[in-house]
Write a protein that binds this ligand. Sequence first.
Ligand code: HEC
Ligand code: HEC
Ligand code: HEC
Ligand code: HEC
Ligand code: HEC
Length: 160
Amino acid sequence: MRAHLVAAALAALAFACAAPTPPPLVQPLPFSHKVHAGVNRIGCRYCHAYAEHTTVAGVPSMARCFGCHKFVSRDKPEVQKVVKTYQEGKVFAWARVYRVPDHVFFTHERHIAAGLACQTCHGQVQEMDVIRQASPLTMGWCVDCHRERHAPTDCLICHK
Ligand code: HEC
Ligand code: HEC
Ligand code: HEC
Ligand code: HEC
Ligand code: HEC
């Protein structure tokens, strides 16, 4: 019975590894980076304001959305949903796309300070209607770049 379960788990794992790119996550609202960061050229850091100073990049607050959408496109139903959510004091629970396991320490601050563009790791976000994972986030991916750019590769840099 146990062996059976282990085999099933391994099969599931193998399937997960062999599976093609997973479909995009379902978001509470279709948010387009192409419309915002591409067509309308709103800077990444205007919305992801923490990236420069902290470990996380953060997603924008509803107040930040409302700052523009109290004026912009008030006639569009999706925008009305944004305004209504803000006015009710609620927030959208955006599904996470990028995540490293808990045993890995990653910080945005140091990478931004080293002069890396967001696109180096996240791809051409300004061309995406739906955000998708553009880098594998494996240990090899991190370490290869650290070697290339003479950044530290001690285990304890990434595993605290
Ligand atoms: C700096 C200003 C600004 C901010 C901040 C902003 N938007 Fe927008 N948004 C725009 C502009 C400009 C458009 C395009 C309007 C148009 O073309 O009609 C737009 C369009 C949209 C649309 C309609 C998309 C479409 O296909 O036309 C939605 C939905 C939307 N925004 C949601 C949001 C949400 C959610 C946030 C907060 C996370 C947000 N916006 C923050 C300026 C902003
Ligand atoms: C108008 C605000 C706005 C702008 C400008 C913006 N973003 Fe975002 N970003 C969001 C929102 C809202 C989400 C959450 C919804 C989603 O994943 O699409 C998000 C999600 C993301 C994610 C996925 C986070 C995760 O793991 O779930 C990445 C990566 C990202 N943005 C990068 C960028 C980059 C790079 C730029 C500039 C090219 C940029 N963003 C410009 C609002 C913005
Ligand atoms: C060196 C690669 C790298 C660069 C450069 C980078 N990111 Fe990230 N980003 C990551 C990784 C890895 C994660 C997952 C981190 C985690 O799970 O703790 C992530 C997560 C995110 C998230 C979701 C989680 C969060 O931190 O809030 C957003 C949003 C994001 N990045 C936006 C940006 C923006 C905007 C820029 C440019 C200002 C940027 N990133 C630059 C690698 C990078
Ligand atoms: C595209 C290249 C690139 C990728 C990919 C990358 N890094 Fe880095 N990383 C750097 C550079 C450059 C520095 C800056 C070193 C410095 O400040 O001298 C750095 C610094 C760091 C630091 C701070 C080091 C210190 O001295 O304290 C940590 C932690 C880190 N990276 C973790 C990660 C993790 C975890 C990943 C993968 C999820 C990753 N990095 C992916 C280029 C990269
Ligand atoms: C630049 C960052 C970085 C450095 C340096 C690094 N790791 Fe990792 N490590 C990661 C990331 C990211 C993952 C998660 C990979 C994944 O989920 O696919 C990971 C995962 C692991 C795992 C879990 C097993 C696995 O495959 O998920 C072990 C064990 C590990 N690392 C050991 C080490 C050892 C030992 C060193 C030093 C020789 C080291 N790491 C150096 C980023 C790093």
